[in-house]
Design a protein around this ligand. Structure first.
Ligand SMILES: Nc1nc2c(ncn2[C@@H]2O[C@H](COP(=O)(O)OP(=O)(O)O)[C@@H](O)[C@H]2O)c(=O)[nH]1
Ligand SMILES: Nc1ncnc2c1ncn2[C@@H]1O[C@H](COP(=O)(O)OP(=O)(O)O)[C@@H](O)[C@H]1O
Length: 186
């Protein structure tokens, strides 16, 4: 049996990672998207165990110390985010296609431990559109937006490290590009 793919999706805050992955899942429910653990506070409408596992800093440290994280990183200078290892390993063992939506630092860690994964950068059509989407989402304060813009500049500068760049111009086209990389045919 051919191993199911692990696709690592990185892109600046506000580019549309969550939106594109949700649209891909709606068309391909057999694809599993890892649920990260984070120390950040939930946004309105976010559900623990669905969007993220919202954990205390103490619990996060415990997961790291017991080798429970496949990768983890400080993101936007304020909070830690990580991929719980066991759930991913279980999906790989059963041949389920896996998506990890993580930041650049996390992707670099996965490249050393799972070099066979497919590394994809989701890029905006241009920077103005990226910052408009980030503001348009309306979920962050101006201070938080400025931090995300700073992180975004670093992430955009690392685009060349990725095997594939998918531009999120329209959602449908970005989903089709990811489906092709995952070998999903319609
Ligand atoms: N390293 C790592 N980064 C993650 C993980 N989960 C989410 N992230 C990244 O954390 C960043 C912040 O995510 P989020 O708080 O949802 O805010 P957003 O980027 O503004 O939507 C994004 O770049 C995510 O890709 C994870 O498990 N590990
Ligand atoms: N292709 C697209 N065209 C226009 N707006 C988009 C597109 N993809 C996502 N958006 C919008 O951009 C904003 C940020 O998307 P989101 O999925 O939250 O980004 P991320 O998960 O990368 O931070 C949301 O308001 C979303 O509706």
């Amino acid at each position: 049996m051919k191993n199911a793919p692990v696709l690592v999706l990185v892109g600046p805050s506000g580019v549309g990672k969550g939106t594109v992955v949700a649209a891909l899942r709606a068309r391909n429910p057999q694809v599993w998207v890892s649920i990260s653990a984070t120390t950040r506070q939930p946004r309105i409408g976010e559900v623990d165990g669905v969007h993220y596992f919202f954990v205390t800093p103490e619990k996060f440290s415990e997961l790291v110390d017991t080798d429970g994280m496949l990768e983890w990183a400080w993101v936007h200078q304020t909070d830690r985010y990580g991929t719980p290892r066991r759930a991913v390993e279980e999906r790989i063992a059963t041949g389920t296609p896996v998506i990890l939506e993580i930041d650049l630092q996390g992707a670099r860690q996965v490249r050393t431990t799972m070099p066979e994964a497919i590394f994809v950068f989701l890029a905006p059509p241009n920077k103005q559109e990226l910052f408009a989407r980030l503001r348009g989402r309306g979920t962050e304060s101006e201070v938080q937006i400025q931090r995300r813009i700073q992180t975004a500049e670093d992430e955009l500068a690392a685009m060349d490290e990725f095997d594939h760049v998918v531009v999120n111009d329209t959602i449908d086209q970005a989903v089709a590009d990811l489906e092709k990389l995952l070998g999903l045919v319609h």
